[in-house]
Design a protein. Structure first.
Length: 156
């Protein structure tokens, strides 16, 4: 008897489908009343922002955010990702999407060489206007972390 995932995908299908399969499997977890976290890792290159934006929108829809909130979140993720992009680098950006009831937290973690966001910049102003909360800090390793929080039904 072959292995079947909660969505009926075989391991071979899962390998081919990659992130899509992971997100589909995570969808069944998100609707349950416990905390669910989805992790992805992408190169610190601007060409991957579309993948992160799309993933953000998909997870946000599962949190019952409104269409306006989802679009705002996509723009906020775009801005946060831009702070962490490092051209001509082999660095990666680690992203965690944490769903806890009607709260979605997106944590983007860049490398120690990522520059701290200028809180007086237009990009930071956009970030703070689009989501309910934005924070940034350095880890003990020196990695730059930017966290975005969106609350279902609560406009930024």
């Amino acid at each position: 008897m072959g292995y079947l995932s909660p969505r009926g995908a075989t391991p071979e299908h899962s390998r081919r489908a990659g992130l899509t399969t992971c997100l589909l499997a995570a969808r069944s977890c998100i609707s349950v009343s416990y905390v669910a976290t989805i992790h992805i890792s992408v190169p610190a290159d601007a060409e991957y922002v579309g993948l992160v934006r799309s993933t953000s929108a998909h997870v946000a829809a599962q949190c019952e955010l409104t269409m306006d909130q989802i679009e705002d979140l996509r723009l906020a993720v775009n801005e946060a990702f831009a702070f962490l992009v490092e051209p001509d680098s082999t660095s990666r950006i680690e992203i965690a999407f944490t769903v806890d009831g009607g709260t979605l937290s997106i944590t983007l973690c860049g490398s120690p060489s990522a520059k701290d966001p200028d809180r007086g910049s237009f990009g930071w102003t956009v970030l703070t206007a689009l989501v309910n909360a934005v924070t940034s800090h350095r880890t003990s390793d020196g990695n730059l972390v930017i966290q975005l929080t969106a609350l279902a039904g609560v406009s930024a």
